[in-house]
Ligand binder design. Structure first.
Ligand code: URP
Ligand code: ZN
Ligand code: ZN
Length: 477
């Protein structure tokens, strides 16, 4: 199967040029002016459009079992919705229960993900510690291509990683050449604040942000950055939502630390007023952690993205329908945490980033695919339009418009946090493995077509870091 994309402007993170792109057998085979293509090749006219790497969403939770229910979007529906919006790869999370073998959880998630329509990979969460975790981390890195381990500093009594767990896991990740990632919120503070609020009779969704104020995130961000620095391992903070956390990242980076930050499309665009809406269904639909923040944080987050102190954009796509959110009626701590966004991330970022003059198209590519590919070590196979790369491509029409709505989205959830937002700049075509998976409203996602993508360990960089860390360690490795 071959496709030739003609007449577009190819945009990579490091520049753009007018060129045709020829794809065959799932790969980009040639890039150039007036390319010849075999007679059977499908022709795609990209005149007036941008030809960019397909989006990589490095933070999703398809069919996640969480807070007594299961996220409504499965690996097929979720990746299909992504393709409709120009996203061609996700990195989802394996989240073992405490005491569950990491390998058992990993196999379970691999089974669930077999129906993915787009390529995918997994971060694996470390939620407890013993010798089996130590052993399974090695198997995951060396045999299964997992190069990132996640630590939830929140969700006390469930999946929270204590300082002790983080210490052991960070050391092991360093030895193995893996990066550590963290959900930075102080789980003890959240737990105590939730109790206080419930005792005061504050039981509705308006209490959710009060139980997780910005300093709760700032404290944990500072702590995890210090932990990673002491151990000597690079760290990636997911869903950075506050000025405080961004400040810690910025400071650490200015001191030479390998600290990376991700921001969600939702945190850039939605503020905390949603929780004060008297309609329970509406307010609960926005309950996610960390919560949406006062507007002033959004300005800081955009600046973080513009300055490069935040490198990636994600969605934390974790869908719960109204009947699931209703589990928390009368007790906000029981509202399943999570919101959707995989289909809309690229369009809302283009509209509010590129069209608003905050990002260039090249910076848009960096923030939506190339940086994630580099940080998680799958570049240039993913995140670039280059010969030999996977033909995961979005043809982007900068003049196309739509109004986002739950009534027209492909996501398997009955709410859209961007409802009513008018966007200009949309995927006209999405190619996944060189095949057209979306064409002007026609979604051709194929159940099971997505492949598991292995991500190699980072040995060259880590060898030097490991040596330096060992030299500083009282236990000498
Ligand atoms: O509220 C959220 N973010 N739900 C998914 C789990 C997580 O914390 O990422
Ligand atoms: Zn999280
Ligand atoms: Zn998440």
């Amino acid at each position: 199967m071959s496709v030739i994309i003609r007449g577009g402007t190819v945009v990579n993170a490091n520049g753009r040029r007018r060129a045709d792109v020829y794809c065959e057998d799932g790969k980009i085979k040639a890039i150039g002016i007036d390319l010849d293509a075999p007679s059977g090749a499908e022709e795609l006219d990209a005149g007036g459009q941008y030809v960019m790497p397909g989006g990589i969403d490095p933070h999703t939770h398809m069919q996640l079992p969480f807070m007594g229910t299961v996220a409504s979007e499965d690996f097929y529906t979720g990746t299909a919705a992504g393709l409709a919006g120009g996203t061609t790869m996700i990195i989802d999370f394996v989240i073992p229960n405490p005491q569950q073998r990491l390998m058992d959880a990993y196999r379970q998630w691999r089974e669930w993900s077999e129906k993915s329509a787009a390529d995918y990979s997994f971060h694996v969460a470390v939620t407890w510690w013993d010798d089996s975790v130590h052993a399974d981390m090695k198997t995951l890195v060396e045999d299964e291509g997992v190069n990132s381990f996640k630590h939830f500093m929140a969700y006390k009594g469930a999946i929270m990683a204590t300082d002790e767990i983080m210490y052991h896991s960070f050391r092991r990740a360093l030895e193995l050449g893996a990066i550590v990632t963290a959900h930075a919120e102080n789980g003890e503070l959240v737990f105590q604040l939730q109790k206080d609020l419930l005792e005061k009779g504050l039981t509705g969704p308006e209490a959710h942000p009060l139980s997780r104020p910005p300093k709760v995130e700032g404290e944990a961000a500072h702590r995890v950055i210090q932990f990673a620095d002491v151990v000597g391992v690079p760290v990636y903070l997911v869903h950075v939502s506050t000025r405080e956390a961004l400040g810690h990242i910025t400071r650490a980076r200015s001191e030479g630390a390998r600290v990376f930050g991700e921001v969600l499309a939702g945190h850039l665009l939605i503020d905390d007023s949603v929780y004060r809406n008297p309609d329970f269904e509406y307010a609960a639909a926005h309950v996610m952690s960390p919560p949406f923040r006062p507007k002033s944080h959004q300005d800081a987050l955009w600046k973080g993205l513009q300055s490069g102190n935040l490198q990636t954009t994600a969605t934390d796509h974790c869908c719960f329908c109204a009947d699931q959110k209703a589990m928390g009626k009368g007790d906000f701590t029981q509202i399943p945490n999570g919101t959707a966004g995989i289909e809309d991330r690229m369009a809302v970022l283009w509209t509010n980033g590129v069209n608003a003059g905050r990002l260039t198209p090249e910076e848009f590519v960096a923030a939506t695919s190339a940086n994630a590919a580099q940080i998680f070590n799958i570049f240039p196979r993913k995140g670039s339009i280059s010969v030999g790369a996977d033909a995961d491509i979005v043809v982007w029409d900068p003049s196309a418009t739509k109004t986002i709505s739950k009534n027209t989205h492909h996501q398997n959830v009955d709410f859209n946090i961007f409802e009513g937002m008018e966007v200009t700049g949309l995927a006209s075509h999405t190619l996944s493995q060189g095949a057209i998976a979306y064409a002007n409203g026609d979604l051709r996602a194929v159940n099971g077509k997505g492949r598991y993508v292995k991500r190699p360990a980072f040995h060259p960089m880590f060898d030097a870091l490991t040596k330096a860390a060992r030299a500083n360690s009282p236990r000498k490795g």
